[in-house]
Design a protein around this ligand. Structure first.
Ligand code: PMP
Length: 450
């Protein structure tokens, strides 16, 4: 960058952050070091402290504004502190915070109905929990109980959570601790058109990748399985979009072996792909169990498993209880999120702004050699960085450098992929084209600098 290059400017936004009066950056840094788990990681060589949010923007303790293009790791669906969601949460909080499901409560009941109305007809029963890991753990239990089978197929490079059972479903050594896990779980070859054997130029790539699931069923299980787990687009693994026809072919193999199909919609649901309300619809499949978290509550601790009455019935064989699951405040948030997505046409915004964003990526890939692949759907996107476009050797250093520089320029993006070489851009679904212009200008500048 030369002295004359103007620094990109954030679009105008009418919000004055309040004066920050809490503990200093240094104090918080020290408290975090002395009293919080060393397992917690931060982004950036110099981490930032975020004290306020408004829609697609975040503010640090000095009042500096950033465009949030990762939304609390794909969790801020409709915007930070969205006024309608905040009001609905506050109203519920002022009336009743908690009772558990041992009593009737209108909010959980109405919300379950509204949520199931968004899913295909047979997926009508909701079990609320608090996190994506819990949702997937419960789906795993239901699949095994319902089918009477034990074996599960998941995908390499997938992420389904960090608790013991979902660490087994997850398939990245970086997330798997060195202790016993993954019993009965088999990981199929990932359907990754960039790094896998069959690419976008192969019209049969979907069925070819799916054949590995059939092979695993034949070779690694008794031939009967409990189920198949997949994110509808891989998130943590680096925004990987499967080839057309992949899930359709896999679901056929799974169902023939007596298994149920589980769609992890933790990152892809609620219109984010623009093409459809649910990520699985972009692959023309209908799952038997759907797991939801993150964007479902726009930051409220809320997650859900949605399934058929028959599958849901298996949990009634014993007592199953979750203290916070279906909490009225979280459910008020979830219901408000559904309303906002519809009222503000956010799925359409994801489609339109996502197309605009992808056009911006096309300009970037044309001028920056480090970009090996651009991909995604709607506002669920990724930019994979490589040292060499032919060898596709991952470039995590470039990713780290660009990540740090974009922060300095006022843009917060995520990173992911097994090699930490993918920029993950999955902003709140309310971002505008002006925000995208800023984002592309910042990325362009960050890539240009050495
Ligand atoms: N599934 C997917 C696809 C996820 O991305 C995540 C979280 N990154 C989870 C499950 C686990 O969710 P949680 O962190 O809420 O347990």
């Amino acid at each position: 960058m030369t002295d004359r290059d103007p620094v990109p400017e954030l679009p105008h936004f009418d919000h004055q952050p309040s004066q920050y009066t809490g503990p200093s950056y240094r104090d918080v840094e020290q408290l975090r070091q002395s009293n919080l788990s060393p397992a917690l990681v931060t982004y950036y060589d110099k981490p930032i402290m975020i004290v306020e949010g408004a829609m697609q923007y975040l503010y640090d303790e000095t009042g500096r504004r950033y465009l949030d293009a990762i939304g609390g790791i794909v969790t801020i669906s409709v915007g930070h502190c969205h006024p309608y969601v905040t009001r609905k949460i506050a109203e519920q909080l002022g009336r009743l915070q908690h009772t558990t499901t041992i009593y009737y409560h209108p909010t959980i009941a109405e919300y379950a109905k509204a949520l199931s109305d968004k899913l295909p007809g047979h997926l009508s029963v909701v079990y609320f929990v608090n996190s994506g890991s819990e949702a997937n753990d419960l789906a795993l239990l239901m699949a095994r109980l319902y089918t009477g089978n034990y074996d599960i197929i998941a995908l390499r490079n997938g992420y389904h959570g960090g608790i013991a059972s979902t660490m087994g479903l997850t398939a990245h050594s970086t997330w798997k601790f060195n202790y016993p896990h993954s019993f009965g779980i088999h990981h199929a070859v990932n359907a990754d058109p960039y790094r896998g054997p069959w690419g976008h130029d192969d019209p049969n790539a979907g069925t070819k990748y799916a054949a590995d699931v059939a092979d695993l069923i034949d070779m690694a299980t008794p031939g009967r399985i409990a189920g198949f787990f997949a994110e509808s687009i891989q998130g943590v693994g680096g925004s990987i979009v499967y080839p057309d026809g992949y899930l359709k072919a896999v679901y056929g193999h799974v169902r023939r072996a007596g298994g149920v199909c589980i769609a992890d919609e933790v990152q892809t649901g609620f219109g984010r792909t623009g093409e459809a309300y649910w990520g699985f619809e972009t692959q023309q499949v209908t799952p038997d169990i759907v797991t939801l978290a993150k964007g479902i509550g726009n930051g409220a601790p809320l997650a859900a498993v949605v399934t058929t009455p028959e599958i849901a019935g298996v949990l009634a064989e014993r007592t199953h209880f979750n203290t916070f699951g279906g909490n009225p405040v979280s459910c008020a948030a979830g219901k408000a999120v559904l309303d906002v997505i519809d009222e503000e046409n956010l799925q359409e915004n994801c489609r339109e702004t996502g197309t605009y964003l992808m056009n911006g990526y096309r300009r970037l890939i044309a001028s920056h050699e480090a970009i090996g692949d651009i991909r995604g759907m709607g506002l669920m996107t990724g930019i994979e960085l490589v040292k060499d476009r032919h060898t596709r050797e991952p470039a995590p250093e470039v990713c780290a450098r660009v990540l740090n520089r974009t922060k300095e320029l006022g843009l917060l993006v995520g990173k992911g992929g097994f090699y930490s070489n993918v920029l993950r851009i999955k902003p709140p679904m309310c971002i505008t084209k002006a925000d995208v212009d800023f984002l592309i200008e910042v990325l362009d500048m960050a890539f240009n600098e050495r």
